[in-house]
Design a protein around this ligand. Structure first.
Ligand SMILES: [Zn+2]
Length: 68
């Protein structure tokens, strides 16, 4: 049970803004979901850098949904 604590369960769809636990080097925690497939592509809201993440890894890294 405890391994699942803090695991983000809401739907992750293109356009969703996610706040991650860890800050990006540019200082932002907010990432926008760009594409959902085998990997989920997210783009940093501040510097525009894109990352492809495995859904499980992304869900464990998410603090919550950010305000649009
Ligand atoms: Zn960034």
């Amino acid at each position: 049970m405890s391994a699942k604590m803090g695991y983000y369960r809401n739907p992750i769809e293109p356009g969703t803004l996610l706040e991650l636990k860890k800050k990006h080097p540019c200082g932002s925690r907010i990432w926008e979901v760009v594409r959902v497939g085998v990997l989920i592509r997210v783009r940093c809201r501040v510097c525009g850098r894109c990352l492809d993440m495995e859904p499980l890894a992304l869900r464990s890294a998410v603090l919550g949904e950010a305000e649009k």
